[in-house]
Structures are given as structure tokens and as C-alpha cells.
Design a protein around this ligand. Structure first.
Ligand code: NAD
Length: 427
């Protein structure tokens, strides 16, 4: 199996041929502007010192400052950061925001740290990054295991280093520190808007469709909530420790989310009204499922919203859904995608489906730069409009050029990058 980065490069090359991308631009996109690697010292509470690997990959800035999340996870590698930052360049082009692509992270399980250690590690990482980031240079955001609190520490530490309050250095901050209303929900809600737009093109209605969601963090939780509110029958959800499946449909996802917050995990959150307990399982006709089982349930739509490479040759043939909404980045291997394409499964690709996060990150950066504060209703209306526009463009390309939605999204991104590169005489 190709590595995540090799696979993304191959996809880029093949889309480049179809899109008529100039060799000069392709060559640039197959390389990196900057690869930053750090050894970050962490003084642990027990008196010991640990060195944590940190990365920031600045892939390409043809469209504007580098932009992309920071991930804290024990499996973070350079290869993963390379793939994800390249995907960010393409995603920002598809959703049409003036940002280039970047990604970064720390190779650490944040759950193994105390709150103070996590804050100190984040501040130390920020001091290492400070020279390379900034509102006009590179603007990080939340990703797996990072959140508004972590973004607010980064903003605070960066502001100390440069000697002035600089909210626009990161997005996804808490609202009281300059974060945008609606940023927390943006990626999940954006996925629902994208799915609804696609369904309009294929004449399907949410009320007729069942959904299973893998991952119940920032993205999965708000995707599940908004899908349920839009009328889809959400029947299963899972996190890394397991999940629940109720064939008739889950009760309020919001109530289940509260149960997860209280317990720390989803398994056993069988809720009747506000009472959530494993004892209710039989009463609601529920079944416990593993994090992997959720992808092969007999449903119409699956929504991988956890990590990459979860759909592979091993489980692709067992997938029963006819639509996949890729909310995680890179959730399927090339081989799995080939199998699913042959089966006629409609795959709404990551760079389109989860671009709502960076769309609202752009709104946040814009509000910070212009000293504005938009209401949640305004932010969500603008998000919806942006998602619909991007879906229409990708769908039109998919139909016109008889390519999959995934390839069509790459083609749209590459053409936009080429237009801007020519306009600015970069190529
Ligand atoms: P998160 O840390 O908030 O949540 C991750 C969730 O995945 C958790 O519920 C975790 O328990 C679950 N999980 C981990 N391993 C799993 C497994 N093997 N099976 C089932 N569940 C598992 O992260 P997030 O911000 O929600 O990001 C999820 C995905 O969405 C990532 O691929 C990320 O790159 C992508 N994404 C995030 C954003 C954003 O705005 N946060 C934007 C675009 C894309």
C-alpha cells in the first residue's frame, strides 16, 4: 500500500493530466515550500523531560498565506503532514478562499498529559513556530485533538513573542478571544450542506436516507447533529472506543453528545429522554458496535469523520452504503476507492466535504483583520452559500468531464490554482 503522501501525489499527477495543468505548476505542487521539524522539550510534572516531535509543513502559498490545522496525535508523521498540507492547498482552492496549504502537529497523545503540561507544550511549540507563522504568513487552526482552548494559548503566546495582540495568527479560537461564531460547528455543518447540495443534483431526499457516522469529535459530532436536524435518519455513531447502532434511528444526537461528555466515551449511551444508560439498550432496540463496524452497516450513507485510511481493500467490498461523505481527510486508500467506484458508490471527497472548516476559518481571519464580529446566523448563511457554490462547480465538472466527484474536485482546484498563478505571473 502506498503511503498517504505517495497516494496523494499520484492523485495530483493524474488529476493534473485531466485538468491540463502546466508542468511547471505541477512540479511546484509536488514539492514543498518549507518543511519545519522541531524537537520540543516538555518538562513533565514528575520532574522528567520528554522531547516531542513537532512539524509544520508549508506546502504552497500561491493563493495566500499557508493555512491548515495542527494535530496532536501519537501517529503524527512527516508523511502524514506532507499529504495533509498538500490536500489543504487543494481544499482551499476548491472552496475558494485566499489561502495556501499548510499542516502541522505534535507526535503526542494529549490525553497522556496534565492540563498544565498540555498548555506548556503548546506554548513551547508556539515559540518554536513564531518566526514562521503570522496573519500574512501562515495561519494554523484546530484539527484532531486540538480545540479552541489550544488555539487561544497559541494566539496568546504568539502575541507575547511579537509584542502585540494578534488574533488573526490562528483561527478556531474561543469566541471571547476573537474566534468566529459558528467555527466549532463549521466543518460538520458544512458537510451536511455539501451532502444536501449533492442530493439536489441526484434527486434524493434526506428523509429517505439512513446514515452512520464514524468519529464523534468536533467534526463527527456536529455532522451527526446537523444531519439529524436536516431530516436524515442517523442510525449509528462511534468513537475510538466503540459505538451504538439503533436501526430505527438514534434519539437526539445532542443528548447523546452530553452523555459522551459526561462519560468520556460513546459506548452505552442509549438515551431515553435525557436518561442515557447501557441498561436502555434492549428497550431502544440498540446494538453495540466497534469503531470499524460502523462503516459496513446496512445504511444509505456512511460518514467517516475520524482518521485517514479507515476504508481499505480489507473492508471496501463489505460497504453497503451507496454514498460516502468523506469528512475525515484521506479516509480511503486508492485501492478501496477503485473498488467503490466500480460498485457505483458516490464518494463526496474530503477536499470538498470537509472544507466548511477552512471556509469559516477564513471568515474568522477576515473578521479579525477588519475588526468585525458577525453573528452565528450570518456566518452559517455565508458558509451554506460557499458550500453550495463549491458543490455546484465540482458537480458540473463531474458531469461535463465524466469523472468521479473526487477527480472533479482536484480538477476544479488545479484550474483555480493555475488561473491565479498565471494572473500573478508565478508561472
Ligand atoms: P477530534 O479529535 O475532535 O475527533 C476525532 C474523533 O475520532 C474522536 O471522536 C475519536 O474518538 C474518533 N476516533 C479516533 N480513532 C477512531 C477510530 N479508529 N474509529 C472511530 N473513531 C475514531 O478530531 P476532528 O477535528 O473531529 O477531526 C476528525 C477528522 O476531520 C480528521 O481527519 C481531521 O483532519 C478532519 N478535519 C477536521 C477539521 C476541523 O475543523 N476540526 C476540518 C477538516 C477536516
Amino acid at each position: 500500500m502506498d503511503s498517504f503522501y505517495t497516494r496523494t501525489q499520484k492523485e495530483l499527477k493524474s488529476a493534473g493530466e485531466k485538468a491540463g495543468t502546466s508542468q511547471e505548476l505541477l512540479k511546484r505542487l509536488l514539492k514543498y515550500d518549507n518543511t519545519l521539524e522541531f524537537d520540543i522539550p516538555l518538562n513533565k510534572k514528575d520532574g522528567s523531560m520528554q522531547i516531542i516531535k513537532g512539524y509544520r509543513l508549508q506546502h504552497n502559498n500561491i493563493l495566500g498565506p499557508y493555512k491548515g490545522g495542527l494535530r496532536y496525535h501519537p501517529d503524527v508523521t512527516l508523511d502524514e503532514m506532507q499529504a495533509l498540507s498538500l490536500l489543504m492547498t487543494l481544499k482551499n482552492a476548491v472552496i475558494d478562499v485566499p489561502f495556501g496549504g499548510g499542516k502541522g502537529g505534535l507526535k503526542i497523545d494529549p490525553k497522556s498529559l496534565t492540563g498544565d503540561e498540555l498548555e506548556e507544550l503548546t506554548r513551547e511549540f508556539t515559540r518554536h513556530l513564531a518566526k514562521y507563522i503570522g496573519p500574512e504568513k501562515d495561519v494554523p487552526a484546530p484539527d484532531v485533538n486540538t480545540n479552541p482552548k489550544i488555539m487561544s494559548w497559541i494566539m496568546d503566546e504568539y502575541s507575547k513573542v511579537v509584542g502585540k495582540n494578534t488574533p488573526a495568527v490562528v483561527t478556531g479560537k474561543s469566541v471571547d478571544l476573537g474566534g468566529s461564531e459558528g467555527r466549532t460547528e463549521a466543518t460538520g455543518y458544512g458537510g451536511t450542506y455539501a451532502l444536501l447540495s449533492v442530493l439536489k443534483h441526484i434527486n434524493k431526499k434526506p428523509q429517505d436516507l439512513t446514515v452512520a457516522v464514524q468519529g464523534f469529535g468536533n467534526v463527527g459530532q456536529y455532522a451527526a447533529q446537523s444531519l439529524q436536524k436536516a431530516g436524515f435518519n442517523v442510525v449509528a455513531i462511534s468513537d475510538s472506543r466503540g459505538g451504538i447502532y439503533i436501526p430505527e434511528g438514534l434519539p437526539s444526537v445532542e443528548v447523546i453528545a452530553k452523555c459522551k461528555t459526561e462519560k468520556g466515551y460513546l459506548a452505552g449511551c442509549y438515551c431515553i429522554g435525557s436518561v442515557c444508560d447501557i441498561k436502555n439498550k434492549e428497550k431502544v432496540g440498540g446494538q453495540d458496535i466497534s469503531p470499524e463496524d460502523v462503516l459496513t452497516l446496512p445504511v444509505d450513507i456512511i460518514v467517516p469523520a475520524a482518521l485517514e485510511n479507515v476504508i481499505t481493500m480489507k473492508n471496501a467490498n463489505d460497504i453497503k452504503a451507496s454514498i460516502i461523505l468523506e469528512m475525515a481527510n484521506g479516509p480511503m486508500t486508492v485501492e478501496a476507492e477503485e473498488i467503490l467506484n466500480k460498485k457505483g458508490v458516490l464518494i463526496i471527497p474530503d477536499i470538498l466535504a470537509n472544507s466548511g472548516g477552512v471556509a469559516v476559518s477564513y471568515f474568522e481571519w477576515y473578521q479579525n483583520i477588519h475588526n468585525e464580529h458577525w453573528t452565528k446566523a450570518v456566518v452559517l448563511a455565508k458558509l451554506k452559500e460557499k458550500m453550495e457554490k463549491a458543490v455546484d462547480k465540482v458537480y458540473e465538472t463531474h458531469k461535463k468531464e465524466k469523472e468521479t466527484l473526487s477527480l472533479a474536485a482536484y480538477i476544479v482546484a488545479l484550474r483555480r490554482l493555475q488561473e491565479v498563478a498565471i494572473d500573478h505571473k508565478i508561472i
